[in-house]
Design a protein around this ligand. Structure first.
Ligand code: HEM
Ligand code: HEM
Length: 176
């Protein structure tokens, strides 16, 4: 059967972002457990912010690419309900790719610390405002758990099709 694949730019960005986002979830959960005020905590927070802001730039690139190219049509045997589920999950994943770094950046801006992007200090527009810092930290935390739930759903969908021997669906988003 002829497989309609995503183009190579979409595939590269998908897997690069998938690895980075999964690493960021692990990193975020790990670093928040470190001792407050320790050098280790500061180092990991700084790294988390730089990778997170890089992900925001990748998400913008990805969205522009997505809007400028046509996604391959799904094979006909995919049931309408599954199509709707996959589309809804993909749209929500796109939304999370933005909510996650933006909420992190805004919460950091109200923390009283300067946010650096790979060592470059960004304009410090937000003063230390504990209430706003707490609000956006909470949004960041809730959206992280929504992102994890969506990811579980997304991967469960992939496994479901692989188990039904419909591996061409996975190959649409794979190299070669
Ligand atoms: C944080 C990690 C991930 C995010 C944010 C993500 C997001 C997305 C999005 C938005 C799409 C739709 C592509 C588009 O139309 O632009 C997609 C497709 C796809 N993803 Fe992921 N993904 C992630 C991880 C994974 C993982 C770990 C797997 C493999 C187990 C995977 C397998 C696939 C496959 C096979 C498709 C193509 C589905 C199709 O045939 O239409 N993704 N992903
Ligand atoms: C896609 C990108 C990102 C992902 C997946 C991610 C994920 C996470 C996770 C899972 C946590 C731990 C749960 C929590 O306490 O919220 C966390 C914490 C945190 N993230 Fe992110 N993050 C991202 C981007 C960013 C960005 C861009 C910044 C700032 C510039 C940032 C700043 C923070 C801070 C300051 C915390 C600690 C919050 C606290 O004190 O509890 N994150 N992140």
């Amino acid at each position: 059967m002829e497989i309609q694949k995503y183009n190579s730019t979409a595939i590269i960005i998908h897997w690069l972002m998938a690895i980075m986002i999964i690493a960021m979830i692990v990193l975020g959960l790990y670093m928040t457990g470190l001792e407050k005020g320790s050098d280790e905590r500061t180092w990991f927070f700084t790294l988390h912010k730089s990778i997170g802001l890089t992900l925001a730039l990748l998400a913008i690139t990805r969205l522009i690419w997505k809007l400028c190219s046509t996604s391959p049509a799904l094979p006909e045997y995919v049931a309408p309900r599954q199509r709707k589920m996959a589309t809804a999950t993909h749209h929500l994943l796109y939304l999370m790719m933005f909510i996650q770094p933006v909420s992190g950046y805004i919460s950091s801006s109200f923390s009283g610390y300067k946010t650096k992007f790979w060592g470059i200090p960004l304009p410090h527009w937000g003063s230390k405002q504990p209430e706003l810092n707490e609000l956006f930290t909470e949004i960041h935390e809730i959206s992280a758990f929504c992102l994890i739930a969506l990811l579980v759903l997304h991967i469960a969908g992939v496994i479901y099709h692989l188990r039904k021997k419909e591996s061409e669906l996975f190959k649409r988003m794979w190299f070669s």
